[in-house]
Write a protein that binds this ligand. Sequence first.
Ligand SMILES: [Zn+2]
Length: 415
Amino acid sequence: MPDSPAGIDQERLWSRLSELSKIGKSEGAGVTRLSFTREERAAKDLVASYMREAGLEVREDAIGNLIGRREGRDRDAPIVLAGSHVDSVRNGGDFDGPLGVLGAVEALHTMSERELETERPLEVVAFTDEEGARFSSGMIGSRALAGTLKPEDLQAKDRDGVSIAEAMRACGLDPERIGEAARAAGSVHSYVELHIEQGGILESRALPVGIVTGIAGPAWLRLTLTGEAAHAGTTPMGLRRDALAAAAAVMGRIEREAMRTGTSVGTVGQLELSPGGINIVPGHVSFSLDLRDIDEDIRNDVEARIMHEAMLLCEKRGVSLGTKTLQRLPPAPCSKLVQEAARAACREQGFEPFELASGAGHDGMHLTELCPIGMIFVRSKRGISHNPAEYSSKEDCAAGAAVLYRTLLGLAREI
Ligand SMILES: [Zn+2]
């Protein structure tokens, strides 16, 4: 493995990551940088200064996406876009988002230092509000860039009742003009995002980087089971209509069906029951189900099997079952074009071009209509993220930036 991969300045990248992580950080509680706040503004200003140091031309678009551009020989050619986000969840870590933005800045900085020329222009973007931590409605910047963000989407409110549109105005942005952030069809050649893995796969295989094959699409459902509340002491087991016992049986099937495929994941993250007494058979249970796979057919098949089994289990127990779909997003496959460029980049850097899927959603999902997308993952310690303990080593961050650098040169056609 090369000491300093591809000439990437790993100390510079690391010190920029640590500088950025100080913004919005409180001792022991991690980083909180919500969108359209003073902290996010400070983060964008700092990144803009790094972009200028890298020789990029800096601007912000109508939704507040921060953009740094490096000209290509053909100024009118479709651009190659790389980036991520600088907003965070509440009490998040140092790397989720910043690594992709600063890794891309580092890649373009290296090109400038080496006086490399590319046929296509390159742009780095720090997307506005990827996490959705403030308004429970994320990926606003990427949706605006893809032209799919609607004016009514800006009505979502934060805890204090402030809407996205109002927050934008307070930051000097005009919500009426979000259409101007949309890129024209054919104007973006490809999008690549460097990101921490947020899973333990790379670590378990002792690999610093991986190539993402696709971003899993989540289906969110709510299941409601209604039986009959009864006295826990006097109601014989055979005469009960226990909604929680039925729900527990259904959850067992969820786990079994998701595991059976080898790729799907199924999670029950919310559970409510009533009446909720130590001496009462639960009459009513409601729980959430988050199902994901990078293959939509497999996900839908798992969902259908779970629903079928749930129906039978509930019927047998005299419990009625209601289901409601809350959200259903299609998976976003990563393009062969970007995957191939990333594979070549891995080989040049001496890394095994290992492939894996992304279970978490990312901005690229919303750009698939606009351009081919791809992602490069960096090993993260125990896969922990959205947590102050989130960690990727200096060497791994540099390895990811180096693979990104070579990938971008391949896509933008180094001259
Ligand atoms: Zn992220």
